[in-house]
Design a protein around this ligand. Structure first.
Ligand SMILES: [Zn+2]
Length: 125
């Protein structure tokens, strides 16, 4: 009943399926990929979006030797260089001849562009 509620950018909530902390505006949970709601207004408000960054790398244990341990660390810094988030995303071990691929992706969600000529547009569009 609160369909005109203006969202505060960056507001978070817990995914009802997997309990991950996600954006309140998310329509699909990026962790468990469950649809969270079907809402035309929300759909309009979270588009357009664009992938700001995607980095992927693979490491392979050689065919012999003892198991390796790994730790995937993610940090976010603001424009002053201050660290605003630091999380260990995952840890584990690789046995001989196993490999792991690590992927980091950052998606940016922009407010809906006004439907008027000369309105805001996402960068590069
Ligand atoms: Zn989820």
């Amino acid at each position: 009943m609160n369909s005109a509620r203006p969202a505060t950018p960056g507001t978070t909530r817990a995914c009802p399926h997997c309990k991950a902390t996600i954006l309140d505006s998310a329509i699909i949970c990026p962790v468990c990929r469950h649809h969270l709601r079907f809402d035309q207004r929300a759909s309009e408000n979270t588009n357009p979006s664009f992938p700001a960054l995607r980095v992927e790398g693979t490491t392979r244990h050689p065919a012999s030797g003892e198991a390796w341990e790994y730790s995937m660390l993610l940090t976010i810094r603001n424009d002053k260089g201050d660290e605003i988030a630091r999380h260990v995303v995952g840890v584990g071990a690789m046995l001989p001849d196993e490999q792991r691929t690590f992927t980091l992706s950052v998606d940016v969600f922009t407010p809906a562009a006004p439907k008027v000529p000369g309105g805001n547009r996402p960068p590069g569009r």
